[in-house]
Design a protein around this ligand. Structure first.
Ligand code: BES
Ligand code: ZN
Length: 628
């Protein structure tokens, strides 16, 4: 009797076990299948070669209290051959139901979860299925940051924004999360009445009382370019097809800072062809945004740390705008080709800046960038990571975020500058114009690019081809012999001042800093840092009040130097900065420097523990890696 009873009790567990095994079995057979079709993207589970995703319709509600998004996504696609399974990327999503277009249930299951890539979602398709509706809810979506009132500029309302690049779109939309897959999208979003909802799509210019908005992106984009934001905002037009969204207390400052936006668009079009996206707007986010800017089509997301009151960081707009061609039109096939997005964009940004503000101005930025690049190469080499200094990366099995370094940006840019130098800027511009128009809405990889570069430019002159050293730049480590260090006459002024200071150890009459821009100061601090001791640091802080500046670029450089020299008088200011700003570019050098000593690390941990609730996942994760 006793035995019989326990057997009976075990019965439900046995059934669960059988179902689980079946699911696992299914998973492995399909997984094998995935391997067999060898998905060409190492960071996506989706069967992108078997199914072509055409359109995504999102119907989502922003639940401010629960801090999640819920609703459904309708994915429309074409099947190649007779594929019976749709495989999508998901990360930490609660999937509730999967239906066909006429409401029939479809069998679905999730595969094993990977801590970086999330879990594949398998949906068994009927022969006639060309769309699938998935009801879901986000959990602690890594792409999304929910900002409390206190963390905003105006401190009156909450705020939400997404950051999908590189592989976080899957944490708020089940999708084919691979940059080579392009689709159009539309959406119905419900937020708090009176709040704006904005997306990387046609956007409203005034908030409405229902809190319901409809969106349309009718040009094909990759998943990493899907974006959403919501909050109490204002809009201000800055020209024919551009404007700015920001909190009320920030809108005028932002409008002043970015007054040249229309000129930038016109200059970009003069350089590399028509701007095809319609409007170009910028959304100013709260300071926790982990990046400087994000090129979400039609609506760049930007950190408020570029609103410095001196227009010194407007290159960020030039950069994100340039992505409307390099990245958003012609897109890296996988994150291994990231330099095709960022190196091209950096070059394009440089050209816009030179045209608008003159070559001597941009030379300062180039010298700063070159020095950063040299430092990055040196650090990678020291750490035995020389392979990371190649333009073409191998990020298989790794978080593509690992590929985010100066190499893609700066080595990429200096390579293209070098090509322009040998083939002539005019010829290179014609080449780039064709490159963008012929490859618009397609993906690009390094090998196809080299082929096009040879055929359409370098083959025209044997000398060019030899001088280019293309293979060395792209597949080689460090900088090849043809790399030329930029020279800035403006920054040579800084060198002279500092040389004389260190020689005489006093500030003589030669110490003339009149007309210094933020770039002069950044260079000044970085060069000073190479030789300065504690007393000199203290002296300079007294005279130039670096610790109390409001420009984040200057603060970041100065605080990094202070920590290096063990100058601890400005720890309050450093703590303030690390608590207020969440931009990873500023956090990392300071935390990394702090982590070099026991005392520094201990103090950094105590600051991080207080500050981390205000950081986006991307920044919090990077800092945690350094400290723990
Ligand atoms: N697309 C990048 C930001 C990015 C890269 C996000 C990789 C996630 C993964 C953006 O265009 C960018 O490069 N931003 C820079 C600004 C810039 C002026 C170089 C940044 O955030 O610092
Ligand atoms: Zn960029």
């Amino acid at each position: 009797m006793f035995l019989k009873k326990s057997y009976y009790l075990l019965f439900p567990f046995l059934i669960i076990l059988i179902i689980t095994c079946q699911n696992e079995k299914k998973y492995y057979t399909v997984k094998k299948n995935v391997k067999f079709i060898s998905t060409p993207d190492p960071h996506s589970f989706s069967n992108i070669t078997q199914i072509k995703l055409n359109h995504i319709f999102l119907n989502l509600e922003i639940n401010w209290k629960q801090r999640n998004l819920s609703g459904f996504v309708l994915l429309s696609f074409e099947k190649k051959n007779n594929v019976d399974t749709l495989i999508l990327d998901t990360k930490d999503l609660e999937i509730n139901n999967v239906l066909s277009v006429n409401g029939e249930n479809r069998k679905w299951w999730k595969g094993k979860t990977d801590s970086v890539f999330g879990a594949p979602l398998f949906v068994l398709l009927n022969e006639s299925d060309t769309s699938i509706k998935i009801f879901y809810k986000t959990k602690s979506a890594e792409a999304l940051q929910w900002i409390s009132k206190e963390q905003t500029n105006d401190k009156t309302d909450e705020f939400l924004y997404s950051q999908s690049q590189a592989i976080l779109a899957r944490s708020w939309v089940p999708c084919m999360d691979a940059p080579s897959v392009k689709f159009t999208y539309s959406a119905k979003i419900k937020t708090k009445p009176g709040y704006f909802a904005l997306m990387s799509a046609e956007n409203p210019q005034s908030a409405n009382d229902s809190g319901i908005y409809f969106f349309k992106m009718s040009l094909p984009v990759s998943s990493y370019l899907m974006a959403i934001a919501s909050g109490k905002l204002e809009f201000k037009s800055l020209g024919k097809n551009c404007g700015i969204y920001a909190e009320s207390g920030m809108i005028e400052k932002a409008a002043w800072e970015f007054a040249d936006m229309q000129k930038m668009i016109n200059t970009a079009e003069d350089l590399y062809g028509r701007y095809v996206w319609g409007r170009y707007d910028v959304l100013v986010l709260p300071p926790s945004f982990p990046f400087g800017g994000m090129e979400n089509p039609v609506l760049t997301f930007a950190t408020p740390t570029v609103i410095t009151g001196d227009r010194s960081q407007v290159a960020l707009v030039a950069h994100e705008l340039a992505h409307s061609w390099s990245g958003n039109l012609v897109t890296n096939q996988t994150w291994d080709d990231f330099w095709l997005n960022e190196g091209f964009t950096n070059y394009f940004e440089q050209r816009i800046m030179e045209k608008l503000y003159g070559k001597p101005y941009d030379k300062m930025r180039q010298v700063l960038a070159w020095n950063d690049l040299e430092k990055t190469i040196e650090t990678f080499n020291k750490e035995g990571l020389a392979a990371e200094t190649k333009l073409k990366l191998d990020l298989k099995g790794r978080n593509p975020d690992d590929g985010l370094s100066d190499i893609a940006y700066e080595k990429g840019r200096f390579f293209l500058s070098h090509i322009a130098e040998i083939a002539g800027e005019k010829n290179f511009d014609i080449f780039l114009n064709n490159y963008f128009s012929k490859n618009a809405f397609k993906y690009m990889n390094t090998e196809i690019f080299i082929d096009i570069l040879n055929k359409e430019l370098l083959d025209k002159n044997k000398k060019w081809k030899d001088l280019a050293q293309t293979e060395k730049w792209i597949y080689g480590e460090g900088l090849p012999s043809s790399a030329v260090k930029p020279v800035s006459i403006e920054l040579q002024r800084v060198d002279k001042i500092l040389d004389s200071y260190f020689k005489n150890n006093s500030m003589s009459a030669i110490f003339d800093t009149s007309g210094f821009t933020t770039h002069h100061w950044q260079y000044f601090i970085r060069q000073f840092s190479k030789k300065a001791d504690y007393n000199q640091t203290e002296e300079f802080d007294k005279i130039f009040k670096f610790s109390n500046r409001s420009n984040s670029e200057i603060l970041c450089d100065w605080f990094t130097h202070s920590v290096k020299i063990n100058y601890i008088k400005n720890r309050n200011q450093i703590e303030n900065f690390l608590t207020k700003v969440g931009r990873r570019k500023f956090l990392m050098p300071i935390y990394e420097q702090l982590a070099k000593t026991e005392e520094g690390k201990k103090w950094a941990k105590s600051v991080f523990e207080k500050a981390k609730k205000g950081y986006h996942f991307v920044s919090a994760q990077s800092v945690a890696e350094v400290l723990y």
